[in-house]
Design a protein around this ligand. Structure first.
Ligand code: SF4
Length: 376
């Protein structure tokens, strides 16, 4: 399992920042939360991405039934247990309530109410019509005003633009990392830390990019395209995949591609567009997220097919697809059989891997993954 020492280092860093007067704003929403606005206000965005074991999952059952998605359960459980390595949760000043999905709203509301964390609301349209974009802009401006109230002064437009540039450059580095031919475990470790720690993680990321050598993948490993739900900090799923002889070559999840692909090109950043409009434009172009984007299934299938063909052309190897479905995640489970059927018709092998975080299922999961890799 992963060494979680970095969590206590991050705790120390956040504590120092809080002593300087910064506030910590947490959220469990998957994407579309404008962390640049939070940063421009002088605050620190904190993604809740801790899930992967029974303890956190089971500790939520005083609040929600076990038929809630295991990730949302774990988010609540993290506040309920507050394990030593998650002391960072004690530093949260506000939590954003957003509507990525029903489980997300319920878990955020419960955390706010029962763990006494004041909330900021930020709702995201489920469609991409002209009116939805106007609505998204209203929400952005509303969040900006709330942050300004907390800050006690306005968020200057130039400060917001600076934050957009800062996060944009950070995502470009994460994108550089994604292209390296290194074991999936290493990429995942940096993706998770980058999403948790944000641009404070840039020096470590850059140092890794400069020093690592691209020779560490076992040639015999089977390449895997991971889609569906993310793998969170301290989850064992990647260990099972690598232990079975696989290697994730592409993380098509929001801890991965969905995050680092949302980059502005230089022209839009250098133009005189209002930075709030830039954020609206990014929302409009976010076609790979699972927040009820029109034609999600078709887009996903084309994306996977294109990756499959390119990978085969350049490496001569066929990629297998693991569609990771956290139990009771409607967003991912609802289309899983269509995704599998349509990809299989194109000759692409798919494993729909539905699971929760219980240790008892580990053996069974491992067997399914090994059988899939064997079949590949
Ligand atoms: S894993 Fe799925 S159900 Fe759970 S919070 Fe995320 S999108 Fe919602």
């Amino acid at each position: 399992m992963e060494n979680l020492e970095f969590l206590s280092e991050y705790y120390t860093l956040l504590k120092e920042k809080k002593e300087e007067g910064k506030k910590v704003i947490a959220f469990i929403s998957h994407d579309n939360i404008p962390e640049e606005l939070i940063d421009a206000a002088g605050f620190i965005p904190l993604r809740l991405i801790f899930a992967g074991n029974d303890e956190l999952m089971d500790a939520s059952h005083d609040f929600l039934p076990p038929s809630t998605c295991s990730f949302a359960q774990s988010c609540i459980g993290a506040f309920s247990i507050k394990p030593d390595n998650l002391k960072v949760l004690d530093l949260i000043d506000y939590i954003i309530i957003s509507n990525h999905c029903v489980s997300d709203i319920c878990a955020s509301e419960i955390i706010s109410k029962y763990y006494d964390i004041p909330q900021l609301k930020f709702y995201v349209s489920y469609t991409k019509t002209e009116n939805s974009l106007k609505y998204f802009k209203l929400e952005l401006n509303d969040l900006r005003e709330k942050l300004e109230e907390l800050k006690g002064s306005v968020i200057e437009t130039q400060d917001l633009m600076n934050s957009i540039v800062k996060y944009n450059n950070f995502k470009k580095k994460i994108s550089d990392l994604s292209k390296l031919a290194i074991p999936g475990a290493q990429k995942l470790k940096h993706f998770q830390r980058a999403l948790l720690i944000g641009p404070y993680y840039l020096p470590e990321l850059e140092s890794f990019l400069q020093t690592q050598e691209e020779t560490q993948i076992n040639e015999k490993s089977k390449p895997i395209f991971l889609t569906g739900c993310s793998i969170f900090i301290n989850d064992y799923l990647n260990d099972l995949i690598e232990g079975g002889g696989g290697n994730i070559v592409f993380f098509d999840t929001w801890v991965g591609f969905n995050y680092y692909s949302q980059i502005f090109d230089g022209d839009s950043i250098n133009s005189s567009i209002d930075p709030i409009d830039l954020l609206v434009e990014r929302f409009k172009k976010n076609i790979f997220g699972d927040h009820s984007v029109p034609n999600f299934l078709e887009t996903k299938i084309s994306q996977i097919e294109e990756f499959y063909k390119n990978y085969k052309n350049t490496s001569g190897k066929k990629v297998g697809v693991i569609n990771h479905i956290i139990k009771f995640c409607d967003h991912m489970s609802i289309m899983s059989s269509h995704l599998k059927k349509q990809l299989q018709e194109k000759g692409i092998q798919v494993l729909n891997l539905e699971r929760d975080y219980s240790r008892a299922n580990k053996g069974q999961l491992s067997t399914r993954i090994e059988a899939f890799l064997e079949m590949m």
